[in-house]
Design a protein around this ligand. Structure first.
Ligand SMILES: O=P(O)(O)OC[C@H]1O[C@H](O)[C@H](O)[C@@H](O)[C@@H]1O
Length: 543
């Protein structure tokens, strides 16, 4: 008889409570922010006895650090920057009157610009295009993820403009987006969005868009808007070429928290989204998450539950599962917000800590038919955050009700979605898998602003709990520098290429980089696959 296989079952970290105990726990722990119609339920998280008490002094320190940040302290010490995204939705909080005025003026300008575009006062130069119909936003990272989330979560059929994105330097992806616009290019307003104004991907997107405009006989500058830091490279280009408009990006707003700055507000306002309500939702959530009573503060509760679930070291992943198609991009948005903020090698005292929390997820119930199997039965290396919306559609009560079952009572698709969420949560809990739930009464500009603000604050508080700088991203630079070196090598290889076929190794050596033979091979293969150079018997030559 072979030995019985070793059990790989993940340990159950807690004994599931019975229904009565859970009901009580739910009632005790629920945090409700009535002003924005949002609730946070952490009853299916099971921190050990004494956790709340033990963490309370640290949470109070985190509140104090956050208070200083909001007052204008240099909360990003490595970059010597202040961190002002909370001021964007409550300009009166900004530490100086000039900043308050700059924020207010910018919001006013954004709304004014959108109104002029909608009223056709600002219109395309082509006579055959009486108004701007489409919006092409070119940006990456924080200059794309927030706007994409907002556009998808809140877009409706009667949007004032149809929004498209170029968020990569993928030739085919760019072409596909531009081809989709087709003859509507003449009525497309282009936003080139880059806080630093020097990121290669949006620069490339801009160059490709310009080429498409030229091919169509259109004047790019008359249809282009720059959203960037004042004095940046992009700002200079927009200024010298006389673009339609330039909107400033404040230095004290980080890319991943820029959705309530011009980065997010310009496209949202142009699409026709109520940006005032969006900002209001965030402002109300900010008020709720300044509450120093931990148990009443949803951001503090979230941060504490992350700390509990991951041991304060990121040992478990955060699975974000919105049961709502419109919130599909929330997990991708949170991936940047959480991982770029918390994923750090060093803590604030310079110790090597390798912090972070991995975030992934798409949407329910769709994911139940994909990877939820592993969540329920497999390795117990995650905690789930369900996001649910009570109101099935913005027209609830007016939409026709479709009975999908034909039983005694009406059952709708939305009822199934709710059933699947509740069922999955239960199945996970009973198998020792923890989860939280954020419930929105309805999904609209206000509640979306509130959810974003909730996570921004939770990330800031958590960063304090684990003592990292949430507002820099030194690791990103390493990849950027390496990429620049690779492109330099490509140019050196192209310089050495002749009509005589040479191996990758020989070309790398000729380029003075004999130790880069493998990189040279990859570059040459890419060039050959795109017919920009020729390849013969495994060697490379001019095309
Ligand atoms: O807006 P940009 O300056 O072009 O930056 C776009 C993105 O790129 C960087 O690499 C950062 O890591 C992100 O935080 C940022 O959002």
């Amino acid at each position: 008889m072979p030995d019985a296989p070793a059990s790989h079952a993940a340990p159950t970290p807690y004994t599931p409570r019975d229904a009565a105990a859970l009901w009580k726990r739910y009632q005790n722990l629920l945090v409700r922010v009535a002003s924005v119609g949002l609730s946070l339920d952490v009853s299916r998280m099971e921190p050990a006895d004494g956790f709340w008490k033990r963490m309370e002094p640290r949470m109070q320190e985190a509140f104090a650090a956050m208070e200083k940040l909001e007052e204008g302290a240099i909360a990003n010490p490595d970059e010597g920057r202040r961190v002002g995204h909370y001021w964007l939705r409550d300009p009166g909080l900004a530490p100086e009157q000039e900043l308050t005025e700059a924020i207010e003026r910018t919001i006013h300008d954004v709304k004014g610009f959108a109104a002029s575009v909608h009223s056709k006062e600002i219109a395309p130069p082509d006579e055959k295009a009486p108004r701007f119909t489409d919006l092409l936003s070119i940006g990456i990272g924080g200059s794309a993820l927030g706007p994409q989330l907002v556009a998808d979560a809140l877009g409706v059929k009667r949007d004032k403009m149809k929004v498209h994105f170029i968020d990569n330097t993928d030739t085919d992806g760019i072409r596909r987006t531009l081809e989709n616009l087709g003859s509507r290019l003449k009525s497309t307003l282009v936003l080139v969005v880059s806080k630093s104004g020097g990121t290669p991907e949006p620069r490339n997107g801009m160059v490709e868009a310009k080429a498409a405009f030229r091919r169509a006989g259109l004047d790019f500058a008359k249809q282009a808007v720059a959203i960037t830091g004042e004095g940046s490279k992009l700002d200079g280009i927009a200024k010298s070429e006389g673009w339609l408009r330039r909107f400033p990006m404040f230095d004290w707003v980080g890319g991943r928290t820029s959705v309530m700055a011009t980065v997010g507000l310009v496209p949202a306002a142009l699409q026709g989204i109520d940006v005032d309500r969006f900002l209001l939702g965030a402002r109300k959530m900010d008020a709720a998450t300044r509450n120093p009573k931990t148990a009443k503060n949803p951001a503090a509760m979230l941060a504490l539950m992350w700390f509990h679930a991951t041991g304060g070291t990121g040992e478990k992943d955060m699975v974000v599962l919105p049961y709502k198609d419109r919130l599909l991009l929330l997990s991708r948005y949170l991936q940047q917000l959480v991982m770029e903020s918390l994923g750090k090698e060093l803590d604030l005292d310079g110790n090597v800590v390798h912090q972070g929390i991995a975030v992934y997820g798409n949407k329910g119930s769709t994911d139940q038919h994909a990877y939820v199997q592993q969540l329920r039965d497999g390795t117990n290396n995650f905690f789930a955050t369900f996001v649910t919306v009570l109101q099935d559609t913005p027209r609830a009560g007016r939409d026709p009700v479709i009975d999908v079952d034909g039983g005694e009572h009406v059952t709708t698709s939305g009822d199934y979605l709710t059933g699947f969420y509740l069922g999955t949560r239960k199945a996970l809990y009973e198998n020792g898998r923890e989860s939280m739930t954020i419930t929105l009464d309805k999904l609209d500009a206000q509640s979306l602003g509130a959810v974003i603000a909730l996570y921004e604050r939770a990330v800031g508080l958590y960063a304090s709990l684990v003592n990292v700088n949430a507002y820099h991203q030194p690791g990103v630079e390493a990849g950027k520098k390496a990429a620049a070196g690779v492109l330099d090598l490509q140019n050196a290889l192209l310089d050495r290429l002749t009509d005589k076929a040479q191996s990758a190794e020989a070309l790398a050596a000729a380029a003075g980089q004999p130790d880069q033979a493998e990189t040279a091979l990859h570059l040459l293969e890419h060039l050959a696959a795109n017919k920009r150079i020729a390849k013969r018997a495994g060697k490379y030559l001019k095309a």
